[in-house]
Design a protein around this ligand. Structure first.
Ligand SMILES: C[S@@+](CC[C@H](N)C(=O)[O-])C[C@H]1O[C@@H](n2cnc3c(N)ncnc32)[C@H](O)[C@@H]1O
Length: 535
């Protein structure tokens, strides 16, 4: 792809596509394209904005409660999402296919002219079939191209993305790919337009290049596939990220990006240990990551254990040996720690915690999930091996907080939020404007507001309304950097802050600012004590 290529849908022409510096093979040859900055950017700046990803396909779970056009999610929202979704927002099924739902006539009309008019009957004929979203996305691409709704430029850019067909063949998944592609061609009525080999390649591109479609609060909704966004390569030490604002997708800088530097985002959780990151990237995207972080090997904070392998207690040695004997995953590369028996034992315990984490993330029932989360966290804590920030301990705690909020155990949720706020997030997300850190702090602020309104006594002397105010002030500032001033998430926090300031002024009069400033230091000190309430 020549330098200077731009997508027609871009609002800002602030990057170009060129030969990637990070996509290299073992001999250092450049084997792919990537996005490069056309200007210098400071951290927490907008690099580019797209009115809408070319294709966005909701997951099965979100099809029933999310607008297929503007992606507003309407039921059982996360704390982050419930901030900006107007109460009472509902979605209604398309009368034709009954598969897609829309929150308004306007959204339905937009989707209809974007291409749904050509695919509605296809989805109707698939009623009752549990079609994966990558197949639906492939069908949409094929239909829209067939009817001239994807420009030649966007099409060429899509077709230049790697299909990874050879990798699918090598991993024994090619036949399944062909089967799905045959279905996509048949049900979209495009098998007269595109040969099956081409459709298989396009399906391979969707599987290995699509990004996660998210809400502005980073809740996963499905996948997106876009000629520009999908040219961004991965780094475990990214300089940028994608944040959504309704339909709009923006690329923002996580740290300063120099003109002509490659724009790199994270495809997976970069807080995971080295071996885990490598194997996830290999399995899902078929590459060996040689980013600046991976080049340092398993020697960074993410790989630190809280104690030496040889000092593991007898009980844990027995548990680990039991796992090694009975479970295949104990010796998988993703759990690799080292060659000695003690390191293999640690790898087995690590494998167990990741297994529990992955299982609980799939569980729909909060009580079941809570059991697996607690088991995983106890293993991390009681074995003495894990620092609070080492994965999956930190991720289990994140899920525990959501679980406790769902079941109404607000005080326990608060204790874990305080622990995370003080001891975990500065390690995992050192930038104050890191979007995950900002969303987590907002979750904590909402909880503080709730505890304040319930007049919950967290610890003696604590005034949760002051603590809530401090957290809302913090997120109002940091969300401007993480999400941008015009993002619905940022604007809703700002509105909340204005409301709170008005309430404080009504209560304390013209001295409100000075009185609050007086209370903040002692409440901050109490908040630090709250970080010690849980293990
Ligand atoms: C979304 S595409 C990115 C654009 C792609 N590099 C291209 O040439 O069009 C994802 C694919 O890019 C490659 N890729 C992305 N990040 C990489 C990295 N850090 N190292 C090696 N290959 C990478 C992998 O082939 C991956 O499946």
């Amino acid at each position: 792809m020549p330098e200077g290529t731009r997508s027609g849908d871009l609002k800002e022409n602030s990057f170009y596509i060129g030969r990637s510096e990070i996509c290299v093979n073992a001999s250092g040859e450049r084997i792919g394209n990537g996005l490069f900055a056309s200007h210098n950017y400071d951290s927490a700046q907008l690099i580019a904005s797209l009115t809408r990803p070319l294709v966005a396909s909701l997951s099965r779970e979100r099809l029933r409660d999310t607008c297929a056009n503007c992606f507003v999610w309407t039921e059982y929202l996360s704390v982050g999402s419930s901030l900006y979704v107007p109460e009472g927002t509902k979605v209604q099924a398309c009368a034709g296919c009954k598969a897609y739902r829309y929150c308004s006539k306007k959204c339905q009309k937009e989707a209809w002219s974007r291409g749904h008019k050509h695919e509605c009957k296809n989805f109707k004929s698939m009623a009752g079939k549990d079609t994966p979203n990558a197949v639906r996305a492939t069908m949409e691409i094929l239909v829209r191209r067939k009817f001239g709704l994807i420009s030649d430029q966007a099409w060429q850019m899509l077709c230049s993305l790697p299909t990874h067909l050879e990798d699918y063949k090598a991993s024994g998944k090619y036949e399944e790919l062909q089967l799905m592609a045959t279905g996509a061609g048949h049900f979209s009525g495009t098998n007269d337009t595109f040969p099956i080999e081409f459709i298989t390649g396009m399906y391979g591109r969707v599987l290995s290049n699509s990004l996660t479609l998210i809400t502005p609060a980073f809740d996963p909704l499905g996948l997106m596939f876009d000629p520009v966004l999908c040219h961004a390569n991965h780094s475990c030490d990214p300089n940028a990220y994608i944040v959504m604002n309704g339909q709009e997708a923006t690329i923002r800088s996580l740290r300063p990006v120099a003109k002509d530097e490659e724009i790199l985002i994270a495809y997976n959780d970069t807080t995971n240990p080295y071996a885990r990151r490598q194997s996830v990237l290999e399995a899902r995207w078929f590459f060996t990551c040689r980013c600046s972080k991976c080049q340092k090997g398993p020697n960074l904070d993410e790989d630190n254990w809280a104690m030496k392998p040889g000092t593991l207690g007898k009980k844990w040695i027995d548990i680990a040996d039991g796992i090694i004997k009975s479970e295949d995953w104990a010796s998988q590369p993703s759990n690799y720690v080292g060659e000695s028996l003690n390191e293999k034992r640690i790898a087995a315990l690590q494998g167990k915690t990741f297994q529990l984490y992955e299982e609980e993330s799939q569980m729909e029932h909060p009580a079941q999930a809570a059991k697996a989360i607690k088991e995983g966290m106890q293993l991390c804590h009681r074995s003495g091996l894990w620092n609070a920030y080492r994965q999956p301990y930190a991720a289990l705690r994140d899920d525990l907080i959501v679980n406790l909020l769902t079941t109404g155990d607000f005080l326990a949720a608060w204790a874990h939020c305080a622990k995370r706020y003080l001891y975990i997030r500065p390690k995992l997300y050192p930038q104050s404007t890191h979007p995950i850190r900002v969303v987590q702090t907002w979750q904590m602020a909402t909880l503080a507001l709730l505890l304040a309104s319930n007049k919950t006594q967290v610890i003696p002397g604590a005034d949760m309304s002051v603590i809530a105010f401090m957290l809302v002030v913090e997120t109002a500032q940091t969300s401007q950097g993480s999400h941008g001033k015009n993002n619905v998430f940022t604007m809703s926090i700002q509105r909340k802050l204005d409301e709170m300031k008005a309430e404080w002024s009504a209560g304390l009069g013209s001295n409100a600012d000075a009185a609050l400033a007086n209370m903040v230091p002692s409440q901050r000190a109490l908040l630090e004590q709250m970080g010690e309430m849980v293990e």
